[in-house]
Design a binder for this molecule. Sequence first.
Ligand SMILES: Nc1ncnc2c1ncn2[C@@H]1O[C@H](COP(=O)(O)OP(=O)(O)OP(=O)(O)O)[C@@H](O)[C@H]1O
Ligand SMILES: [Mg+2]
Length: 270
Amino acid sequence: MRIDIGMQKGGVGKTTTTINLAGALNDAGNDVLIVDADPQGGATLKTGHRDQYRTAEYALYDVLSEMGQLSLDDLNELISTGDEFDIAPSHLRNFRLEKHLYSEARGVEALKLALDRGDVDSTYDYVLIDSPPNLGPLADGALLAAENVIFPSHANTIAKDSLEILFDEIDTLEDKFDDVNISTVAAVLNEVGRDGVSAEMKEWFEGTFGEEYVFEIPDWAAVEHAIEYRTSVFAYDPDDAGYAWDADKVEELCDRYGALAAHVEGLSDD
Ligand SMILES: Nc1ncnc2c1ncn2[C@@H]1O[C@H](COP(=O)(O)OP(=O)(O)OP(=O)(O)O)[C@@H](O)[C@H]1O
Ligand SMILES: [Mg+2]
């Protein structure tokens, strides 16, 4: 199953959700690939692949643009293996991809073709695509490639507008491409504060997505400490990291992301 973690609004927790859902799915016994489709390389840098991001010989740019040695057949050339999950990292050069894909007739379909030809679905149980914070061809390409989407969002009133813009984009893609049907996997309300989500926002999210499709992740430093440790919360060792007091929070976070992973597994069994 492929899932796009998408939201054009910046800083709402796309990368954090991608890494921790990958950790949770791995913890449940699955093989997981993260595809970092964001030229800013959040998932790549936060999982410790800084050198690859800056200096790797090949980039997603080369695979999707087919301008050099690589072609759409070669996505596997990019993949780095890891303890929790593998990653097809981003690269500085991918900033050029947006412009390139805009000018290509089938640019938006390139990522889907590369994932199909790389046969990722037979190697991995789950492929999670960390999307860039815009509505350009890479973000559209991630929606098309996965046809499943998780919406990370802050639980504020701006979120409604952001989601409506994204729903419109999804409708446009479904109209434009035959046989494309993009399903909602879940909404993740991220960085929920101490007082929880306002009753009104909770009602709106649950009314829009259905109660069992809405997941809340608290605003806790432990989330950031795990990222600093270059793992999901599942492989994070608070003692080793020097934040022994994170232990209880980590347990709770594993439960929350574990519930999201169980929900995802439930949908992929259908
Ligand atoms: N639940 C959380 N608790 C505390 N901090 C969090 C939480 N989720 C995310 N953050 C922090 O918020 C910031 C933004 O998160 P993240 O990078 O995941 O968002 P993003 O949507 O991927 O951003 P961008 O749009 O720039 O790609 C990061 O510094 C991250 O560590
Ligand atoms: Mg990000």
